[in-house]
Write a protein that binds this ligand. Structure first.
Ligand SMILES: [Cu+2]
Length: 158
């Protein structure tokens, strides 16, 4: 029945479409797609935005400061200073399940994958990560390209 109905609709469309360039949507494509996994919504920074530099020079690859403590609602702006490319990535295995969705949503636009910020290629680029709605704890992070060179840090949320 469904096939016949669609065929009739399609025929009617073809007959009536002389000169019209617009295509009617196929009936079958109107079926809703599978619902996407519900992603967290980024929580806006309500407190202080702290600054962390990302460096690579003769002294090595590093975050400066490498360990930082923030209050609930604060954010951190990570800025590429030298020696990239750099990013900011949390290892999903290090992040508690009840923190992961919110932290992932807070990683900023253009994030590369779960808990990984965009890759920054040039001095002056930055990513700001909100720690709003993140429960108290210490969360280790790293720079993916320089993980093997020990470019690591921690953020402690009070
Ligand atoms: Cu790096």
């Amino acid at each position: 029945m469904r096939f016949i109905g669609s065929a009739l609709v399609a025929s009617a469309f073809v007959l009536g479409a002389c000169g019209g360039g617009e295509k009617a949507p196929a009936a079958d494509s109107a079926a809703p797609a599978a619902a996407p996994a519900v992603a967290g919504t980024a929580a806006a920074i309500t407190g202080t935005t702290h600054e962390v530099k990302m460096l690579g020079d003769e002294k090595g690859y590093r975050f400066e400061p490498k360990d930082i403590t923030v209050k609930a609602g604060d954010g951190i702006k990570f800025t590429f200073v030298s020696g990239g490319p750099h990013n900011v990535a949390f290892n999903p295995a290090d992040i508690p399940a009840d923190v992961k969705p919110q932290l992932d949503a807070n990683m900023g636009a253009e994030k590369m994958m779960e808990l990984s910020s965009k890759m920054m290629m040039n001095p002056g680029e930055s990513v700001t990560i909100s720690f709003a709605n993140i429960k108290a704890g210490t969360y280790p992070f790293n720079c993916t390209p320089h993980l093997a060179m020990n470019m690591k840090g921690t953020v402690t949320v009070q």
